[in-house]
Write a protein that binds this ligand. Structure first.
Ligand code: ADP
Length: 733
């Protein structure tokens, strides 16, 4: 179980590591980028603070000029500002100016005085106010700044508020965002101003009122916001952040709109600058921060996933291979077990059944059958079958599976594995059923394996079926193929065993018959001599009479001759089986031999009242090269059988010859031989009648056949029950 989980477990672990790695990397990169972003933010703040501080200093410096030189005239002021070179040294500042405090009763005089220098001068906007702070100097005198001449900044509440604070606190104070009077329609921007108060003396006044009373005017600088911040940003060209500056609800500067920086990760600082609070926010540019912009964690993820995939696939394959090996050794084991069981059985029927059963178990099939081609006792081909997992009645009406399209390949030696045989194109091509015959097994999964003999031809086939499709795998196929190899061996063994059993039984029977056959003549002689002995004891002389002695000797000789013949038959038979049977070839007159033989049998025919028709052809010498003694034995055997099995009916004997061959035939009208027995009679020890009926060892025809075949001839029989028999010997010349 543990082993089976391993690939999945390892895959999960690897995925876990991958995720962990990706997250850690992501965090680390994020952290680094956060640090960079924070440092960039600080730089921006520092730059703004520095710059604004510088401007404050410039204004404070300008104020000190007013303290040193009591009356600063227009020319001095202009020269001073020119020396500062503000546009070059302090880019972003719009200019430096001075607003003079004027009381309402002095306003006309003031205008007259300034008009001496600037003829178009007037204080604006018009109207009577408590105090005026018109701009009298503003350098550099460019077209924009000229527009501001005479403007009373105190008349506008926003500016007034900042000016008042600057005066009261004696400090540099910024105004809220305003529209500068210099502003035209050309590139309008938000602006603001910075004020520094100038008092009548350079002293530290105690109270706000004192300061208000002593104020002379204010030096100030107007700023156009966007121009200013663009100048500031010029000092920070490589910063990977966007900047947004907001002040009193207005956006002074915004570099966010132009880039696609990350809005979520802004860092905000509130800057206290000359009495006002600015919100400065920096936004990291794409690719810097956060880590999500970095490709590394994604690469780690992709690589991790790929690696996991490869490792997982590899492990799965490894596991699969291991399982396959295990399965294979299991298969071998199972086949070995099957072999053991099979070899313990010697009865063919048992072997076949056990084979079918084992196969059923190995294939996990529902039904199994083994069809076995064999030769029956009559020498006819026969199909035996054993079944497993199914009742024999199911097969009763089923035609023997021989030449149908589905079965033919199997009997041709092929294995057929089908997950659904009903879908096989070969299936159902077989009339009259065109598919499964009614009442036949509902087979879908199908596995058929040929059982081959040692010489490789299919002697049978194992068939397994299951009603569910897709039950059999390659492994089942291997198992059944392995089994089929063992099957051939087991069947051979069983057949050999069966043949041996039969041979033993036949020999037993032969011994029985032989003893009986040998005993009969001895018994008959015993009876003769016992009666003679009794007569001698009783002193009856008749026993010594010529007639009596002749009779007794005659009987004894006949019985001894019978015994001799039996023994010779047995010797011949064993010579044949030992391969020591030989024929001696000499030229002899076969017609003469036959004629003399028949003459010798005449007495026996007469004794049994059998009418004999003999046709030995024209009277001439028929020379033949062969073993005279052995051929006489063959003919004599045929005549003997005609007497023994001829039921004393007429017998015909023919001898014919030609250039080509010599034919000797004996025709009787006896009991005849049934068709099924015909092939058997030429076999050793084969007797169709029981031993008590007619004497004989069942060796005569066997020996005859061997003799004739030694002469390259043949022995034939035509017969039928009740029709008599014709035995013909054909000897080529
Ligand atoms: P046997 O010594 O028994 O006669 P054979 O080899 O000569 O042995 O014959 C074998 C068997 O063939 C016999 O036992 C008999 O059953 C059968 N047979 C032989 N000749 C004839 C025949 N002419 N008519 C009927 N049966 C015969």
């Amino acid at each position: 179980m543990k082993k089976k989980l391993a690939p999945h477990l390892i895959a999960v672990l690897l995925l876990g590591f991958t995720l962990l790695g990706a997250i850690t990397t992501y965090k680390r990169i994020s952290k680094q980028e956060e640090i960079i972003a924070e440092s960039a933010h600080r730089q921006v703040i520092r730059e703004i603070v520095n710059r604004m501080g510088t401007y404050e200093n410039v204004l404070l410096q300008t104020r000190s000029m007013f303290y040193v030189t009591k009356e600063v005239d227009r020319r001095e002021f202009a020269q001073y500002v020119k020396k500062l070179e503000i546009l070059k040294n302090y880019p972003g500042i719009q200019g430096i100016g001075f607003a003079l405090g004027v009381k309402p009763n002095e306003i006309n005089l003031h205008e007259l005085r300034i008009r001496k220098e600037v003829p178009s001068y007037r204080v604006w906007p018009e109207g009577r106010r408590e105090i005026y702070f018109p701009i009298i100097y503003l350098e550099p005198q460019d077209w924009r700044n000229q527009r501001a001449q005479g403007y009373d900044m105190f008349s506008e509440p926003n500016r007034q508020q900042a000016m008042r604070r600057a005066i009261e606190e004696d400090a540099a104070i910024l105004s809220d965002p305003v529209e500068l009077v210099q502003e035209t329609e050309e590139d309008p921007q938000i602006g603001f101003l910075m004020y520094v108060p100038v008092y009548s003396r350079d002293e530290a006044y105690e109270t706000k009122q004192e300061r208000m009373d002593e104020v002379v005017g204010l030096v100030y600088s107007p700023f156009r916001a966007r121009d200013l911040f663009e100048q500031i940003m010029k000092n920070l060209p490589d910063l990977a952040v966007d900047v947004e500056v907001r002040f009193a609800g207005k956006t002074l500067f915004n570099r966010v709109a132009v880039s696609k920086s990350n809005r979520q990760h802004g860092i905000r600082s509130d800057l206290e600058l000359a009495g006002k609070t600015w919100e400065v926010t920096t936004f990291p540019l794409p690719g810097l921060y956060p880590g999500s912009e970095s490709k590394i964690p994604i690469l780690i993820l992709i690589f991790g996933f790929l690696l996991t995939g490869v490792v997982f696939f590899f492990l799965l394959r490894l596991r699969h291979q291991t399982e396959e090996l295990e399965e294979r050794s299991q298969t071998l084991q199972q086949i070995q077990d099957a072999t053991r069981i099979l070899s313990s059985k010697l009865e063919l029927k048992e072997v076949l059944q056990s084979l079918t059963d084992i196969g059923l178990e190995l294939s996990k099939a529902e039904f199994g059958a083994f069809f076995y081609n064999t030769i029956d006792e009559k020498g006819e081909s026969l199909m035996l079958y054993t079944l497993s997992g199914v009742d024999r009645s199911k097969f009763e009406k089923f035609p023997m599976p021989r030449n149908t399209a589905v079965f033919a390949p199997t009997f041709g030696g092929e294995t057929l594995l089908s997950s659904d045989i009903t879908k096989d194109s070969r299936f159902g091509k077989n009339t009259p059923y065109n598919g499964l015959p009614e009442g036949h097994l509902p087979v879908k999964s199908y596995l058929a394996v040929a059982v081959k003999s040692k010489s490789g031809e299919a002697i049978g086939a194992l068939f397994y079926g299951h009603s569910t499709a897709g039950c059999f795998t390659e492994r089942h196929k291997d198992l059944i193929e392995g089994l089929s190899q063992q099957a051939a061996i087991a069947i051979d063994n069983a057949t050999l065993f069966q043949n041996a059993q039969r041979a033993i039984a036949t020999r037993e029977e032969f011994l029985n018959i032989a003893s009986h056959e040998l005993k009969t003549p001895i018994t008959s002689m015993m009876i003769q001599y016992q009666s003679a002995e009794r007569m001698i004891k009783k002193g009856i002389d008749k026993v010594f009479s010529e007639e009596s002695v002749k009779k007794r000797v005659g009987i004894s000789l006949r019985q001894l001759d019978k015994m001799l013949k039996l023994i010779e038959e047995m010797l011949d038979s064993s010579r044949i089986s030992l391969g020591k049977f030989e024929v001696k070839m000499e030229v002899f007159d076969i017609r003469q031999m036959t004629k003399e033989l028949i003459e010798r049998y005449e007495e026996q025919f007469r004794a049994r009242n059998i009418s004999v028709v003999t046709d030995l052809g024209s009277e001439e010498n028929v020379e033949y090269l062969g073993d005279e003694y052995r051929l006489e034995q063959v003919f004599s055997n045929l005549l003997n059988n005609a007497i023994k099995y001829g039921l004393d009916a007429p017998v015909e004997i023919h001898l014919r010859w030609s250039e080509k061959d010599i034919q000797f035939s004996v025709k009787d009208n006896g009991q005849g031989i049934s068709e099924e027995n015909l092939p058997k009679i030429f076999e050793r020890y084969e007797r169709l009648v029981s031993s008590t009926n007619v004497s004989g060892l069942g060796l005569g025809l066997y020996i005859s056949k061997n003799i004739v075949e030694a002469h390259r001839g043949e022995i034939k029989v035509e017969s039928g029950p009740g029709k008599g028999s014709v035995f013909t010997v054909i000897l080529p010349r």
